[in-house]
Design a binder for this molecule. Structure first.
Ligand code: BJW
Length: 245
């Protein structure tokens, strides 16, 4: 049986299915991935800018990068992969999505009960964590009237409401994601599976006995350990799989 049919057979009998998504799922919507060829911005590596140290050193440059990305994301629409996943969560109660993406395209597609591990690019937080501001607030203005944006409560610098390298993820989000690894089928889609703790979820799912699959255009850290690896653009391969169900 070919990998696609093997996975389809498992999905047909599965009660609980968890899909972990990464930047590759939004690539066809026009959003560059982090580690691919388009992962560089003005000679900065994207992953070097996504750190508290970079923000402390040069908040203007980091905010320019986020403002540019917010403008890019605001013009993007969900693609076929987001739409298939949204429909799965709408029609099957125990089929769930965990995302590392901060672009909100899963939300825009109508995904139910989404777990967002790395926050949202359209949320802001007070850099000084002032007591007057809520933990995070939504601000979808593109462009910002003032750069860099400031906390409306205390006037200190605001920061993007995302999780940078070296920062702890929200404990509630980690617990929710971890609980979803106790599933019948676990799929890693469009992620390099390099960044922890998200990458560890696949290992946890295997420990729980889940059937595991990867959707990616390339081989990754996950390829060797999954039961089936489906090569190709996820916006095509996931729609093809969906047609088999
Ligand atoms: C397609 C496609 C198409 C393209 N179809 N496929 C354990 C071991 C080792 C290290 C660590 C560890 N635990 C923690 C660490 C450190 C660190 C880490 O993991 N480092 C590794 C890089 C080694 N982790 C952290 O720092 C995390 N924090 C933490 O653990 O805190 C501990 C702590 C506890 C208590 C107190 C304090 C601290 C935080 C990680 C946060 C990651 N943040 C970012 C930025 C978010 C904000 C923003 O967007 O600006 O999240 S980094 C970046 O990487 C972003 C992504 O969500 C994340 C994952 O990337 P993703 O999605 O996999 O994208 P790519 O580009 O890597 O891959 C795309 C894939 O798609 C590729 O494979 C393509 O082939 C494929 N593709 N087109 C299908 N059409």
């Amino acid at each position: 049986m070919n990998p696609r049919h093997r996975l389809a057979t498992h999905l047909t009998t599965a009660d609980s299915v968890t899909v972990l998504t990464g930047a590759g799922v939004s690539a066809a919507s026009g959003i560059p991935t982090f580690r691919g060829a388009g992962g560089l911005w003005r000679n900065f590596s994207a992953t070097d800018l996504a750190t508290p140290t970079a923000f402390l050193r040069d908040p203007h440059t980091v905010w320019e990068w986020y403002a540019w990305r917010r403008g890019q994301v605001a013009d993007c629409e969900p693609n076929a992969a987001h739409r298939v996943l949204a429909r799965w969560t709408q029609t099957r109660p125990l089929w769930r999505v965990i995302t590392q993406n901060v672009d909100d395209l899963h939300v825009k597609a109508g995904t139910r009960d989404l777990v967002r591990l790395h926050g949202s690019i359209f949320e802001l937080r007070c850099w000084n964590r002032c007591s007057a501001s809520p933990g995070a607030w939504r601000d979808e203005r593109v462009p910002f009237p003032e750069m860099p944006p400031r906390c409306p409560h205390c006037g200190a610098l605001a920061r993007p409401g995302v999780v940078w390298f070296g920062e702890a993820l929200d404990p509630g989000d980690i617990a929710a994601a971890d609980a979803l690894t106790a599933c019948d089928v676990f799929i890693a889609a469009g992620t390099s599976a390099l960044v922890y703790p998200a990458a560890g979820l696949l290992h946890r799912a295997r420990t729980h006995g889940a059937f595991t699959a990867e959707f990616n255009t390339e081989s990754t850290e996950a390829t060797e350990i999954v039961d089936v690896a489906i090569r190709g653009p996820v916006e095509v391969t996931l729609a093809e799989l969906d047609a088999l169900l």
